[in-house]
Design a protein around this ligand. Structure first.
Ligand code: GDP
Length: 442
């Protein structure tokens, strides 16, 4: 996500950091790069111009230039301005005190609207009883897609009856069914088109008048950059949006849509689609986005992944081992499995809070297959060997290599890595180890 923008910002700041003191000229040069970086990322021209001017005004002030850490101060100013662009506080989706709450999903065809409706239902299922409603009646395939998604995540579904063509009737029927099926959240998927047209707008407007939704969420594809921004502008003018969902942020979107939508339309991005799977939805967090863009990594995202991957039992076991200062190969196996469960390694690496980490690790070609090999090696050991790795000498190493289909060299490497991890765990175990909890929900 935002790779080239991130690389450009990294260069700007490393050149600023190289200088002890900054002159106005240094700041201007850096800002020229920032301007180009943002334009290349497809951020709206006017937004870029205002952004650069605001940073310039604040960064060329005497107290910044004469401070002992001017580069850090410029960095903090850019960070703050990025936050302002995206909106500092993104509200969670609202819940009506008088159920049912109604969300209406709008957007162009192919933006990810139907998938996102199901993603929201799945997330909200933790605390509510959602229902999915298909009101895209022009495309039978869309109705079917939502029906299948609803059944795969186990939420009730309402769609058109044979020959029914009025979305308002379908929505009304869905609302009537709420109380008997104890549904307190209705998520309505509406018609999409490849382009904005009058008929579409009118159909969606009438539906909105009728169901009075608490949230009207426009789904746009982040890969379409400024196109997504224009779509948001039109939908907002015609319908009044309460938020935007930016999809396909897992791809190589350049960042233009994420950085421009709020500034141009006044409507904040509320959610981010980060993959094709129904679990791949996150609350849009400007703080995390700005951290990612400026190469500070995404620590919260990383911790969330760790937390999702680790079962309570595993965490318990590992803390026991740490407390007793006894980290074995069995613990290492648990950790390797957790790393695998965290998803594609590239996604995890991207979140590391080390400037340049993603590029350095990419260059080093971290190979997910290696983790599989490491797992196979540990599984080829006897329980005694896993618990007391010091007994693994020459002939045992050969047997393990053969059993796991690897080489003695790879077994040696794994044992070496184990020793390093053990030392690390020892150091870690000495400090206090408080569990972390990340707030869940949207
Ligand atoms: P709709 O026509 O707007 O209802 O779009 P769909 O929900 O059918 O999605 C269109 C395509 O985009 C499908 O292939 C989805 O799997 C895909 N898609 C949706 N959201 C995301 C996302 O966040 N990331 C990725 N990679 N693909 C997505």
């Amino acid at each position: 996500m935002f790779d080239s923008l991130k690389d450009r910002f990294e260069k700007v700041f490393s050149s600023l950091r190289g200088k002890g003191k900054l002159t106005e000229e240094d700041v201007n040069l850096a800002l020229r790069e920032v301007r180009l970086a943002l334009l290349e990322a497809d951020v709206n021209y006017k937004v870029v111009k205002d952004f650069v001017e605001r940073v310039r005004a604040r960064a060329t002030g005497q107290d910044v230039l004469s401070s002992i850490t001017p580069a850090q101060q410029v960095y903090a100013i850019v960070f703050g301005e990025l936050l302002d662009l995206m909106g500092r506080d993104v509200k969670p989706l609202s819940i009506s005190p008088k159920p049912p709450t109604v969300y209406m999903m709008v957007g162009l065809q192919g933006s990810g609207k139907t998938t996102t409706a199901a993603k929201i239902a799945l997330k909200m299922k933790r605390s509510h009883k959602p229902m999915l409603v298909a009101c895209d009646l022009r495309r039978p395939a869309a109705v079917e897609q939502l029906r299948v998604l609803a059944s795969s995540i186990g939420v009730p579904f309402v769609g058109p009856e044979e020959g029914e063509i009025d979305p308002v009737r379908v929505a009304r029927r869905a609302m009537e069914r709420c109380s008997e099926s104890l549904v307190d959240l209705v998520i309505i998927d509406t018609a999409g088109r490849f382009q904005i047209d009058e008929e579409l707008m009118e159909e969606v407007r009438v539906l909105k008048e009728s169901v009075k939704p608490h949230e009207v969420l426009l789904v746009v594809d982040s890969m379409t950059g400024q196109e997504a921004v224009s779509v948001a502008q039109v939908f907002n003018e015609r319908l009044g949006l309460t938020g935007v969902v930016l999809t396909k942020l897992d791809g190589d979107a350049r960042g233009g849509a994420a950085l421009t939508i709020k500034a141009v339309t006044g409507t904040p991005v509320r959610l981010a689609g980060v993959g094709e799977k129904v679990e791949d939805l996150e609350a849009f967090d400007p703080n995390r986005m700005a951290q990612r863009i400026l190469g500070m990594g995404d620590v919260v995202g990383l911790l969330e992944r760790v937390q999702q991957a680790a079962s309570e039992e595993d965490v318990e076991r590992l803390s026991e081992s740490l407390k007793k200062n006894r980290f074995t190969l069995e613990d290492m196996l648990i950790q390797l499995r957790q790393v695998q469960k965290m998803g594609p390694l590239e996604k995890v690496i991207e979140m590391l809070p080390v400037p340049g980490a993603s590029k350095a690790l990419k260059d080093a070609q971290v190979d997910p297959k290696r983790i599989k090999h490491m797992e196979a090696i540990i599984l080829s050991m006897t329980p005694a060997e896993r618990r007391r790795p010091e007994i693994i000498k020459g002939s045992r190493r050969r047997r393990i290599a053969q059993g796991s289909g690897t080489s003695v060299q790879m077994v040696n490497q794994l044992l070496h890595q184990y020793e390093q991890m053990k030392d690390l765990m020892k150091a870690f175990g000495k400090g206090s180890r408080k569990g972390f909890r990340i707030p869940q929900g949207l």
